[in-house]
Design a binder for this molecule. Structure first.
Ligand SMILES: [Zn+2]
Length: 343
């Protein structure tokens, strides 16, 4: 019965994905004009899709930018260049030396709280130096609702964070093993999921499938991006269907849930991993605990929606401290490699 229900849901998700793809294609080819993609941009994306047909290529330059060295400007971010001497821990509120905090990857040495870390620093803490190559997936800034000041805000954030959207995706090596790695940056509009984030994640699944790479994603999000209305909600079906197809083709999909993973992201690709890891203390849920308490009029149990609670209730496979994440992922990639060899 349960299997039947799951099959039905999967089928509906696939239908939605096909509908949405047709819809986007029409917009891109100019049959429908909603001001979302210009014709020049659309032809570029179409070319990129067509290139997916040529399978088995080992020349990654078609889909990835070249690797950036650590000394390069691209490799730095605001947190690295910050001259503040101390940083306040978001949990115990103690002042910690900035140098020590950076060394500990923003994990408080006093209370162990996993403070926020930028997407770029996260990537650097995971991959072998000089191996990260950003996925080529330019998506224009769109403002489907004509939301006041929205485009300006995005451009400002792009300048401030050095990210083009709320997710940074590329190919990198972890102890010599290649993987597609995505990190959502909470420094970019709370890592909310709009058209660009949905498109980048879907494209990453497709390219990971093309090169037979495992896909690892670090999620953190406030949910769907309200400034893009219903189009942001459609990204849930789109990314879920892409994850499903990737799985059907035998791809390994690992999700690492970080604080906070909520809303439309937790209700789509964040919960579909073959292996689900989480950082200690991360808030993982759909609606926040305060909203639930107000809705049901009851007090929630201690630690509700925290990573440890979700692990106890089967949502999370393993809680991994930030300092051990690289080693854990390396182990998973190694095991997966062995499994592939034994088949
Ligand atoms: Zn602390």
């Amino acid at each position: 019965m349960r299997e039947k229900k799951q099959m039905y849901i999967n089928q509906r998700l696939r239908d939605l994905y096909i509908c949405f793809s047709h819809f986007c294609q029409k917009i891109r080819s100019g049959v429908m004009t909603m001001g979302i993609f210009s014709k020049e941009e659309s032809s570029g994306r179409k070319e990129s899709r067509r290139s997916l047909q040529s399978k088995g290529s080992s020349d990654y330059s078609e889909d990835f930018e070249s690797a950036v060295s650590r000394d390069n400007k691209e490799g730095t971010d605001q947190q690295d260049t910050n001259s503040m001497e101390t940083i306040t821990c978001s949990s115990c509120k103690k002042e910690i030396a900035a140098e020590l905090m950076r060394k500990e990857l923003s994990v408080c040495p006093e209370c162990g709280a996993h403070n926020k870390i930028s997407a770029k620093r996260r990537i650097r803490s995971l991959v072998d130096p000089g191996t990260f190559r950003k996925l080529k997936c330019p998506v224009p800034v769109v403002d489907p609702l004509g939301y006041p000041d929205y485009k300006n805000k995005i451009h400002d954030l792009q300048d401030k964070t050095g990210l083009d959207e709320a997710v940074l995706i590329g190919m990198g090596e972890i102890e010599g093993r290649k993987a597609m790695i995505g990190v959502m940056g909470s420094e970019f509009l709370m890592a909310s999921m709009g058209i660009a984030v949905g498109e980048k994640i879907t494209h990453a699944f497709e390219i990971a499938d093309k090169y037979k790479l495992p896909f690892i994603i670090f999620t953190a999000s406030g949910g769907a991006r309200m400034q893009e209305g219903i189009l942001s909600l459609m990204q849930m079906a789109k990314t879920s269907a892409a994850a499903q197809r990737f799985g059907e083709h035998g791809g390994l999909y690992v999700v690492a849930l970080t604080h906070p993973t909520t809303g439309g992201v937790s209700a789509s690709f964040a919960m579909l991993g073959d292996i689900t890891l989480a950082e200690p203390g991360a808030l993982i849920g759909f609606a926040g605990p305060r909203v639930i308490e107000q809705t049901i009029g009851q007090k929630l149990p201690a630690g509700f929606q925290r990573a440890e609670f979700q692990e106890d209730h089967g949502f999370v496979d393993q809680i991994v401290p930030r300092g051990e994440m690289r080693e854990t992922l390396s182990q998973i990639l190694r095991l997966h490699e062995k499994r592939r060899w034994s088949l």
